[in-house]
Design a protein around this ligand. Structure first.
Ligand code: FAD
Length: 374
């Protein structure tokens, strides 16, 4: 990365960071924007998994849909209409079923992610962020595979690897601002707190105190390949009822057809509270992989075509997803952009109402663009 000065660095190219950059551009904000993203491509928790050994394979290993509490309105409605008209998303009517603790198919549970309208990325979820990123492309640079571990400020400018200096910073996740990361990553202090001393920007002090109150949780998603599948109808999502979730520590199973008669399956494993550190993580991944694989015969019993193939199904490994859980009350708008330190926040954790979903991520990006452009 060449050394250079930019107006804004955005950390994270997910469903909040990408619409933020695109909306800022749409509003005529002409500063230079550099996105730094740890992943190999855009998407974050709405990314699509590819395989080096198999160019046709595409598996949505995080969220399978964009869920909304109710029909969107205002700028969010405009964004969804534009994506829909360009064929980037379609309304998701794919079948969702429930599975109870006896292993019987029932009505899907009443869950916030299933209550309102849903959209699905075409052909995969990654298309949504890829499109949003290209909407903001006019002088938005994106650099992938760049995980930021520390934050520092010199002469009022944020300094990044490769000599990038920025007058403003936007965090689209809480990793660099929340104490939860300290044990997980072996850090000694919250990087954002280390970079901006207490008292420099009282709004940032309030924002960091609010963020520290968020809980974090972890998901273990096991990806599995099934071969030789006929085209018999299968649900898109199998949601376990609350009692079944408790019994199996699994939230749901998501199915995605692949070319050549194959099927990708993602089993969404729930947090068991184990302490994750750089030392414990590899073993925890193994344990979760074996645990989730061993549950498949029982969970797939109502679908004989799948159950028959479980023994020949191939594990493609476990993905650990970490996320801040939004509080019931969202982050006050006044804390989303800290003018003195020139730090902004977006992400699904800002919207509040108790759960993280795509709607909150998209809305937070649009809101922050409004605050900065005004
Ligand atoms: C398993 C799972 C299932 C889900 N199911 C649903 C669903 O059914 N419906 C729904 O609406 N939502 C669902 N969600 C939630 C949805 O995926 C999220 O709300 C949304 O993707 C969040 O977008 P975001 O931009 O806020 O965060 P993220 O997608 O987490 O984006 C943040 C980005 O920042 C990057 N980043 C963070 N820190 C750094 C750093 N230090 N350096 C560089 N890069 C960094 C990350 O790599 C990431 O790409 C699900 C999520 C998961 C994990």
């Amino acid at each position: 990365m060449p050394g250079r000065d930019v107006d804004l660095v955005v950390i994270g190219a997910g469903l909040s960071g990408c619409p933020f950059a695109a909306a800022l551009r749409n509003k005529g904000w002409s500063g230079t924007i550099q996105i730094l993203e740890a992943g190999r491509g855009p998407g974050g928790r709405s990314a699509t998994r590819r395989r080096r050994d198999d160019p046709l394979w595409r598996l949505d290993h995080g969220t399978p849909t964009l869920s909304f509490q109710s029909e969107p309105s205002g700028p969010l409605r405009e964004l969804m209409t534009s994506l829909e008209q360009r064929g980037v998303v379609r309304v998701d009517h794919d079948p969702v079923v429930g599975l109870n603790h006896h292993g019987a198919v029932v009505e899907p549970p009443d869950h916030p992610l299933l209550r309102g309208p849903r959209w699905r990325g075409i052909p995969t979820m990654a298309t949504v962020v890829e499109t949003l990123l290209s909407d903001g492309t006019n002088s938005v640079d994106a650099c992938f595979g760049e995980r930021i571990q520390t934050l520092s400020r010199v002469d009022e400018r944020w300094v990044f690897p490769g000599g990038i200096r920025a007058s403003g910073l936007v965090l689209s996740g809480t990793l660099l601002a929340h104490p939860r990361s300290l044990a997980m990553l072996g850090w000694r202090n919250v990087p954002l707190r280390e970079a901006v001393p207490e008292g420099h920007d009282p709004v940032l002090d309030q924002a960091l105190a609010w963020i520290a109150g968020l809980n974090a949780s972890v998901r273990w998603n096991l990806m599995v390949e099934f071969a030789g599948m006929a085209s018999d109808p299968l649900p898109r999502q199998i949601w376990l009822t609350p009692r079944a979730q408790q019994q199996f520590a699994v939230e749901r199973i998501v199915l995605q057809r692949q070319p050549q008669g194959r099927l990708g399956l993602v089993i969404h494993g729930l947090d068991d509270g184990a302490l994750i550190t750089p030392e414990t993580q590899p073993e925890l991944m193994n344990v979760q992989e074996q645990r989730l694989l061993s549950l498949l015969p029982e969970l797939l019993r109502p679908w004989p075509s799948l159950q028959r193939r479980v023994s020949s199904a191939r594990s493609l490994g476990v993905m650990r997803w970490g996320a801040a859980q939004p509080l019931d009350e969202g982050m006050p708008k006044a804390l989303q952009w800290c003018r003195q330190a020139r730090v902004g926040f977006c992400g699904d954790w800002i919207a509040g109402s108790g759960f993280g979903m795509a709607e909150g991520a998209l809305q937070s990006g649009l809101d922050l663009a409004e605050l900065i452009a005004s």
